[in-house]
Design a protein around this ligand. Sequence first.
Ligand SMILES: Cc1cc2nc3c(=O)[nH]c(=O)nc-3n(C[C@H](O)[C@H](O)[C@H](O)COP(=O)(O)OP(=O)(O)OC[C@H]3O[C@@H](n4cnc5c(N)ncnc54)[C@H](O)[C@@H]3O)c2cc1C
Length: 325
Amino acid sequence: MSGVLVVMEARGGAWNRMSFETLAAGQQLAAGLGVAARAAVVGSGVAGLARELAGYKLEKVYAVSHALLGEYTADGFAAAVEALVRRDGADVVLFPHTYQVRDFAPKVATRFGRVLVSDATGFRAEGGLVFVRQLFQGKLNADVRVSGDGPQFASIQAGAFRAESAEAGQAAVEEFAPELAAGTIRQKPEAPFRESARAVDLTAAEIIVSVGRGIKEKENIGVVEELAKALGAEMAASRPICDNGWLPMERQVGSSGQTVAPKVYVAVGISGAIQHLVGMKGSKTIVAINKDANAPIFEVADYGIVGDLFEVVPALVAEVRKVRG
Ligand SMILES: Cc1cc2nc3c(=O)[nH]c(=O)nc-3n(C[C@H](O)[C@H](O)[C@H](O)COP(=O)(O)OP(=O)(O)OC[C@H]3O[C@@H](n4cnc5c(N)ncnc54)[C@H](O)[C@@H]3O)c2cc1C
């Protein structure tokens, strides 16, 4: 059976949100190639998650379940996904580019004699399938064409597609219990890594004002906090600000911080390094304030103000206060 198969990720009964970005990517790719999209959830007792997934526009949903998949192991997941791909016969298999996927998906691809095109940001059907991935911290986009027959394997970068654009529909659920032997699983899982409880949930904020190294000193952060207050926004920051302890780590946006998609994201004195962009480029409207007209942040900004933040921000605060009181 041809088609695009999306392997979703869930842990402890909860979806990894990037899975739905990959689902949207899978649906778009399938539509572009004129083939069907299917999706799978892998674990133990995943019937409920599979039913949720069945509410999307898919040809079929697989509930891949086995007692040995209750806790993640690279050997267990690689064997289960390999068996699934052989059964399904998809031409293209997509994964979200999570830490877990980085661990086991290359092994699956290798078992088919293929490679995993990792961290893809897009694709085109152009005399075959072309994946796009970024090089040199986003300075170059590379087209990657995999030679030979399918299946082709790729993981999708966080924030490259919008989870909300995954199309709803109705799909049948097929249960699949792969044959797994305890003796073939060499890893012993330990208690999963838990991030410290977050006092702020930036993912729920409608407006975010984010500050970068352009602020120069901790004492100046208040200038940008005034704007956040005036707009009723949450404060966020680029990594150097949190590394310096000027704002708490939980306010960091980017590849090693939170991924956010608010209605409005105001980036103040942030250059727009790829590690920052992946955490915020899904925002509906991006406003950038930077004194360097060539700063990469302007490439993703809907509105750009080229100027000194120490002049621009207080002027903006005054204007906002005129309107909002
Ligand atoms: C593995 C890895 C993970 C990373 N994860 C993250 C992450 O999660 N999040 C993250 O943000 N970064 C992350 N980074 C770091 C990232 O590569 C950048 O170094 C960082 O995002 C830069 O932060 P910045 O834009 O605040 O600072 P800079 O790049 O120094 O930019 C400062 C900007 O301020 C502007 N500016 C200066 N003065 C003014 C002024 N007076 N008025 C207006 N503009 C001014 C400058 O023109 C410049 O564009 C990561 C890096 C690595 C290697």
